[in-house]
Design a protein around this ligand. Structure first.
Ligand code: IDP
Ligand code: MG
Length: 151
């Protein structure tokens, strides 16, 4: 067990549905603290670069189009086992398979339009945080030493 950081994105559908606050509350109630927050509209290059690992998938074009369709909220979440904990709170990729009470069960429309992104491993969390945030713009929770994936 360790204090970790992970990258969370509230996708354009979450912003449009006016559930930024509801989503952040879920994270805070689960012990995950936003330590960096930025709202932006991603360019095609930014979204394509972020999801480069999926560039050969048939849904890649649709994914980039969706992720650039409106503003998103980029966040670094910090807390105990933040990477796994965030994935649990998000729920499965396909909302039809997401556990009751998870963000995707509550708000997502489809496997593509699914409200939130969350890093899936320590290596991807470090790379994804560095893709969007400078270290100087991350504000560690007072008194907690970062023992995993510092950026
Ligand atoms: P994840 O977001 O739960 O980690 P990934 O498999 O890494 O899921 O896929 C990244 C994103 O690509 C998904 O969140 C979703 O927006 C989109 N995506 C994944 N599979 C499909 C699909 O079958 N159709 C359309 N979009 C998809
Ligand atoms: Mg993924």
């Amino acid at each position: 067990m360790a204090i970790e950081r992970t990258l969370s994105i509230i996708k354009p559908d979450g912003v449009k549905k006016n559930v930024i606050g509801a989503i952040i509350t879920k994270f805070e109630e689960a012990g995950l603290t936003p330590v960096a927050v930025r709202m932006t509209t991603l360019s095609q290059a930014e979204a394509g670069g972020f999801y480069a690992v999926h560039s050969a998938r048939p849904f890649f074009g649709e994914l980039v189009e969706f992720m650039t369709s409106g503003p998103v909220v980029l966040m670094v979440l910090e807390g105990e086992s933040a990477i796994t904990r965030n994935r649990e709170i998000m729920g499965a990729t396909d909302p039809a398979e997401a556990a009751e009470g998870t963000i995707r069960a509550l708000f997502a429309e489809s496997k593509g339009v699914n409200t939130v992104h969350g890093s899936d491993a320590p290596e991807t969390a470090a790379a994804e945080i560095a893709y969007f945030f400078r270290g100087i713009d991350i504000f560690p929770k007072a008194g907690e030493a970062i023992t995993a994936n510092p950026s």
